[in-house]
Design a protein. Structure first.
Length: 478
């Protein structure tokens, strides 16, 4: 039954008003007391989430307008219907407060970084037809994502990451045609990625890493032409990488690493001219590295390690002058280490270990003054250790173990003042005495076993070896 309120005003008629929504005050003719159903729902929210224990609850439950309550922003002065409700990082506890689903004018609901538990309500979301931002990340919510979320026709941002949500991604989310950001990472979601998400043509960010998603990547994601970031890392996705992802011309970040993807790297990815990150590590990808990746001149990070890739390192990658990280490790790559790698002046991290690379270490690598990691282990590399590597003034890790390197250790390595980890083990052709210049280094790890090297017997060198936390070596020189 509707609430009825009689108000007696001097020089005016008695008005009997049936009221469910706030109405206007018209001064001098009539006064209608505003009823606030949102006030009641706010009171329920306070009760159901242990408001007395919130970090801030300024003016809550007072007689002041709800717009004076902490985190509550109504439509306008004197209006009691809530437009924004922002109670993030405020120690809300208990189950998700279903009363907020009755605040039908909400445009922004922020309850993130709290201690909310249990499942999200299955029903009531369709009431929030004006909601644009739903921000619930970093709680302890569990259970499935309600399919009725797909009926919030105005939704632009959906943040539900870092919870314990499980079950499938509802295909109904594909009906959120105004959605620009979908962030569901770090949950326990399972099953396939619905091809219906290909209807989200306004989406610019899709983050779903660290779930238990399986099945193929839908080719329909290639319809998301406004997408700038796609991260599906650390799931159980299978099948090939869709060539249709090459349609995503605005893409700046593509991360598909730590899945079970197979087949070749699509040549079409070479058309993503704005791409800054491409990470495909730890899948089952095969074939050669496409030369077309050399067209990605904005690329800063390229990681395709721990796959089944074969063939040569394509010379076209020498055009990637913005690269800071290049990881090609744990594949079946063959041929020589390209000398042009020494032209990638911004490179900080280079991993070519666990391949079938052969020939010498190019002396040109010594030009990479920003390099902090150089890993060339477990290949078939031969020849000497180039003294030019002393030019790597920021190098912290140098691993060349498990190759066919020969000759002495160049004393110039003692100039690598930032070096903390050095492994030259399992190179039987290395010989002679370790250079006394190595004592300039403050190593934490040094491995030189299974070589023809020996350590100088003088007290200073032996004392330096004793300072190294992890030292595995060979004999002392006679």
């Amino acid at each position: 039954m509707k609430r009825r309120l009689a108000i007696l005003v001097p020089s005016a008629l008695m008005l009997l008003v049936a009221c469910e929504q706030p109405t206007e005050v018209q001064q001098g003719r009539r006064v209608v007391l505003r009823l606030s159903y949102d006030r009641h729902n706010l009171e329920l929210l306070y009760r159901d989430t242990r408001g007395a224990e919130w970090h801030r609850s300024d003016r809550w439950l007072s007689d002041e307008p709800v717009g004076h309550w902490y985190g509550v922003h109504p439509w306008g002065n004197g209006n009691q219907q809530v437009l924004f409700l922002q109670l993030g990082d405020n120690n809300l506890q208990g189950r998700f407060p279903a009363s907020v689903l009755q605040m039908t004018k909400l445009e922004r609901l922020r309850l993130d970084q709290n201690r909310l538990t249990g499942g999200l309500p299955f029903f009531g979301w369709r009431n929030l037809t004006d909601l644009k931002h739903l921000v619930l990340e970093q709680n302890q919510l569990s259970g499935p994502i309600p399919s009725e979320l797909g009926e919030m026709a105005s939704l632009e941002h959906l943040y539900i990451y870092e919870n314990n949500l499980s079950g499938p991604i509802p295909p109904e989310l594909g009906d959120l045609t105004t959605l620009t950001r979908l962030s569901i990472e770090e949950n326990q979601l399972s099953g396939p990625i619905p091809p219906e998400l290909g209807k989200l043509t306004n989406l610019n960010t899709f983050l779903a890493w660290e779930n238990e998603l399986s099945g193929p990547i839908p080719a329909e994601l290639g319809n998301l032409t406004k997408l700038r970031t796609l991260i599906l890392t650390d799931n159980a996705l299978t099948g090939s990488i869709p060539a249709s992802l090459g349609n995503l011309a605005d893409l700046t970040g593509l991360r598909l690493d730590f899945n079970q993807l197979s087949g070749p790297i699509p040549e079409e990815l070479g058309g993503l001219q704005n791409l800054g990150w491409l990470t495909l590590t730890e899948n089952h990808l095969s074939g050669s590295i496409p030369a077309g990746l050399g067209n990605l001149v904005e690329l800063e990070v390229l990681t395709v390690g721990d796959n089944d890739l074969s063939g040569l390192i394509p010379a076209a990658l020498g055009r990637l002058q913005n690269l800071t990280i290049l990881e090609l490790h744990k594949n079946d790559l063959s041929g020589a280490i390209p000398a042009w790698l020494g032209t990638l002046a911004n490179l900080e991290h280079l991993r070519l270990d666990f391949n079938q690379l052969s020939g010498p270490i190019p002396r040109q690598l010594g030009r990479l003054q920003n390099l902090t990691t150089l890993a060339l282990s477990a290949n078939d590399i031969s020849g000497p250790i180039p003294p030019e590597l002393a030019g790597l003034k920021n190098l912290e890790l140098l691993y060349v173990w498990g190759n066919d390197l020969a000759g002495p250790v160049p004393p110039e390595l003692g100039e690598l003042s930032q070096l903390t980890r050095l492994s030259i083990a399992s190179n039987p052709g290395l010989n002679g005495s370790l250079p006394i210049e190595l004592t300039n280094l403050q190593l934490k790890r040094f491995n030189w076993r299974n070589t023809g090297l020996c350590a100088p017997s003088d007290d200073a060198f032996q004392a330096w070896l004793a300072t190294i936390e992890e030292h595995i070596g060979g004999p002392t020189c006679p």
